[in-house]
Design a protein around this ligand. Sequence first.
Ligand code: TRP
Length: 343
Amino acid sequence: MVHPTTTQARPATAAFIPRALTGDRPTGPLHLGHLFGTLANRVRLQNQGVELFVLVADYQTITDRDSPAALPADVEGLVADYLAVGIDPAQATIFAHSLVPELNQLLLPFLSLVTLPELLRNPTVKDEAAHAGMGALNGLMLTYPVHQAADILFCKATSVPVGADQVPHVEQAREIARRFNRRYAPERPIFPEPQALLSDAPVLLGTDGRKMSKSRGNSIALSASAEETARLLRGARTDSERHVTYEPERRPEIANLLLLTALCEGVDPHEVAEQIGARGAAALKHRATDAVNERLRPIRARRAELTRDRAYLRAVLRDGTAVARELAVRTLAEVTEAMHTIY
Ligand code: TRP
């Protein structure tokens, strides 16, 4: 089940095509948090007949990464992850930022529609600013939510399946859509206001009990081997109480292992807790390992097959980019007309 977090207001005159756009930074393999947080939703939308656009957000990696040479392998890995979980290039459009100049051109008018205090209020930007110090905050880091609005609006997406951390960015995109329409196209609005689609699955933590993140070494990659999965889960943090119970507030680490098991098995975490009970955390870790390896087995097999055919992965990206670009050209033409920059 997915549910809207915000109410939709779309231009009365535009034809309604359900279209979803979302994406990821190519900074390393996707993990279980992604699977239950957003990937499963994407596949569901695709299978419901929603037009799905999946963005390889390579221009977002230049905000804070300095290893460009790793990009091609990371991009191919990301495409392999997408296809392995069931995103179907015959139905969905997988494309990369940097290859769609018309998308990037939207950044310019969009930047004129936001204020500095507004950008600095964005929780993600705020975090980054606190981390780097204002002096070290680069211009793209400050404005990437505006670029992300261009990602969402160029294809007139009506929904954005994302994790909760991305909701402020979707709000920013809605604001930009409203302001653009009001300033340049009050009679015939160009951009629909997209809505965030959050997964119903509760948030999975990493094996250390903190937010699951590629950079923290606490995540289980979809592409990890069964042995690596077993090792990571053996090392997962637990607590000193013997009896296993599902109490997310009081016992977050145990609850997280129960949740992970339950999500993989498609059952309720309370049920898993009851079954393990007095057998303790070691038994729970075994059960979690089996559950994850079972759930990921077909995904891993498919992924291994895909990564042997790099030319195919590149072709998927190229074909998707051609579709995205056509759309971006059309949107930019509308924008150009609305802005009276035709001479
Ligand atoms: N910022 C997102 C992340 O870090 C990735 C992303 C880029 C995205 N552009 C997007 C997500 C557009 C949704 C819509 O995960």
